[in-house]
Design a protein around this ligand. Structure first.
Ligand code: KG4
Ligand code: ZN
Length: 359
């Protein structure tokens, strides 16, 4: 029996300090031997958002303990690990450097290969931790900082089909929560409150709904919520606004995903039509079920990571490490942190005033 590859992953790009050990298996996926995530919610709650310097200090205080816990839990010694993968970007530079530097140090003193990982590629490959997934596929990446449709031709071969021109979808959830006086991080709470509300109570705008291909925009939605939230007096109205917001986002994603399907088929001509949804917002059950229904209508296979692997974690970083290790795509120990590292490095910057969108 050939030895199965075992990888250590490290993640510190934002406010989660995480380490994980995974091992490839016969099913073409990976066994998660440990997956330790330390969230800093309590540190940032009083400020209503992530404070980079506080996040960096917390990473520094916790990282050694988290890595040791991941190794202990996995029952694998460092000697038996084949390589170390650490997130190099995108993210907060003060946070990235902590995980990246410790990953490089472990690789140097244990004499193992080092792999610098794009955090977004971690999300993109996260479904591979529990489902066999061959290329190519269409990816919808929906997180706190990114909202993009990408065609994934192969490992590290991404072509962006559409992106948000302003706020990311997770950011829209978080900002809406803040306007409704829900404690940070409020995104997941919107889903809970929406269950008690009437989604048809408020008619909210759908920016660039009828233009811009599968590009997305959520800033106008936030402005509308700001106005309405000032008039809100009862809890029921708050639930109604949460439900109306979620319904509007779902309608936007339904239409834009259909356009993305079309573009993907035209560009790639895939033999099998596969749609992967990843990132923190992919944990939202309403969004998941709408996208699953759409896939059934359009003959796509829908693939999601399990909800607990949608948010930031290091198992997904180790997964990228494992895939790159098989192709011997190792990195040097002087690999820099890349705070703005895009998956499609040729994609044009599409943010801010003056963005021109075609119909
Ligand atoms: O992928 P992630 O953990 O971190 C980033 O890389 O950004 O995504 C975090 C984002 C946050 O904006 C959070 O509010 C959102 O995902 N999120 C949700 C839900 N769970 C997490 N948004 C809507 N519904 C949820 N259930
Ligand atoms: Zn993330």
């Amino acid at each position: 029996m050939t030895k199965k590859i075992i990888f250590l992953g490290i993640e510190t790009s934002c406010d989660e300090t995480a380490a994980a050990v995974i091992r490839e298996n016969e099913k073409g996926t990976a066994d998660i031997l440990s997956n330790v995530v330390s969230s800093q919610i309590s540190e940032h709650k009083k400020f209503g958002g992530v404070v980079p310097e506080l996040a960096a200090r917390a990473h520094l205080e916790n990282i050694e303990y988290i890595i040791n816990s991941a190794l202990d839990e996995s029952k694998v010694s460092l000697d038996n690990i084949d390589g170390i993968a650490a997130t190099a970007g995108p993210g907060l530079i003060v946070c990235l450097t902590i995980g990246l530097n410790i990953g490089k140090s472990i690789a140097a003193f244990s004499n193992k290969p080092f792999i610098a990982v794009n955090h977004l590629e971690g999300h993109a490959l996260s479904p591979k931790l529990n489902s066999k997934l061959d290329y190519p596929y269409l990816l919808l990446l929906i997180s706190g900082g990114h909202s993009q449709y990408l065609s994934v031709k192969n490992l590290s071969e991404y072509k962006r089909l559409g992106t948000t021109i302003d706020d990311a979808i997770g950011e829209a959830f978080d900002k809406t929560a803040k306007l409704l006086n829900i404690e940070f991080p409020g995104g997941p709470q919107i889903e809970v409150l929406a269950k008690k509300g009437n989604p048809n109570k408020y008619n909210l705008p759908k920016p660039i709904f009828n233009k811009g291909g599968c590009n997305l925009s959520f800033a106008g939605l936030k402005t509308a919520i700001l106005k309405i939230s000032k008039e809100i007096k009862t809890d029921q109205e708050k639930f109604d606004l949460a439900a109306s917001f979620q319904k509007t986002v779902i309608e936007i994603l339904y239409k834009k995903t259909k356009i993305a399907f079309n573009e993907f088929e035209k560009k790639i001509k895939p033999k099998e039509k596969k749609f992967v949804v990843a990132g923190g917002v992919a944990a939202n059950k309403k969004i998941r079920s709408m996208l699953i229904n759409l896939c059934n209508e359009e003959n796509y296979q829908s693939i999601f990571p399990p909800p607990e692997l949608c948010g930031d974690n290091a198992a997904m970083i180790a997964m990228v490490g494992l895939e790159k290790f098989k192709l011997k795509q190792f990195d040097n120990l002087d690999y820099p942190a890349k705070p703005r590292w895009q998956l499609d490095e040729n994609a044009v910057f599409l943010k801010g005033a003056g963005v021109r969108l075609s119909d």
